[in-house]
Write a protein that binds this ligand. Sequence first.
Ligand code: NAD
Length: 351
Amino acid sequence: MVNPVRIAFIGAGIMGRHHLAVAERNPEIEIAGVAEFSPETREKLAARGIATFADHREMLAAVKPEGVVISTPNAYHAPAAIDCIEAGAVPLIEKPVADTLEAGLKLRAALAGTDLPALVGHHRRHNPIIAAAAAHVRGGGLGRVLALNGMWLRRKPDEYFKEAWKMNPALGGGTLLINAIHDFDSLRAICGEIESVQAMTSSASRGFAVEDTAAIIMRFESGALGTFTISDNVVAPWCWEMTSQEDPRFAWQPEDCYVICGTEGSLAVPTLETWTNTPNGGRDATFIRRKLYHVAAESMELQMAHFVRVIRREEAPLVTVDSALGTLAATLAVPVSAQRGTAVTIAELLA
Ligand SMILES: NC(=O)c1ccc[n+]([C@@H]2O[C@H](COP(=O)([O-])OP(=O)(O)OC[C@H]3O[C@@H](n4cnc5c(N)ncnc54)[C@H](O)[C@@H]3O)[C@@H](O)[C@H]2O)c1
């Protein structure tokens, strides 16, 4: 039998503990240790027999993990990942890959000098719903995509903001970097690269330094045009978390959060309903409404299993640092565009 891979964790807040629970259920993983600032969390983990550390560098030196899951606040992603790379461990970096493009490019440079892979935690790419939508659209199932519409609309509870970094733009807080970035990554997976973005943002309803609402127009390299609306302070169900059944912590609403429309048909996600028409069907033609086939599976589990194979060099990372930088640039283009009042190209930000 192959030895389990030894994986350590940096950050054991909401997401870090979720990753840890997923890893503990995977028989191919041995938990090497957890670095976490909070003494209470360390105490709870130590009581379960897990080696804990206050300093992640100390942990890397002490337990020499093969892989490390980084679930710190956004601003620490790139520095922690560079520390892992220097220690010879393969990182799984929570999204966003970094809080700034400068930090992300520094991470890419640190990786370039090594033969280590790195995986970025855009876990929805592992979800069979996104995979089925991407295969259908990229396979020409909608003809040429011309227009799409995406939404992330829900109300975050007040206790969500007890972690101050979630309201702090300097620490990567705000609903764009925390939520929209997932959708931008999924839309890139389905429809291809985003070429430019134009947006307006607002922080008026919560009054935090970070935005709570944004309206975004995007142009894809294919020529398709899209709109995306986001707010974390509205009572509404139209977001991936509430519609996809991906995470049981969110009460399921049988709705969609993206509609993608092409010259030969349309697709709604996550229901995966498609609408096509009789050839050359005009206004009165009958719609044919179908559902794409997919087998539901838990994307965080799939991501962790993939991470094991990436560490063993059996698979290339599904989401590389390079790819995640494209998603980060498209997301960061939103506040830049809102401030300038003009469209912003992704190429300009990545130059
Ligand atoms: N993939 C997803 O769907 C998803 C969902 C939520 C959050 N996230 C991402 O996960 C990350 C963590 O979010 P969260 O909600 O768990 O935040 P959180 O504030 O609950 O947890 C972060 C934890 O990291 C610890 N920490 C920070 N720096 C550390 C360091 N250098 N060493 C050890 N511990 C350190 C903090 O003490 C805290 O417990 C964020 O980047 C967020 O964007 C991803």
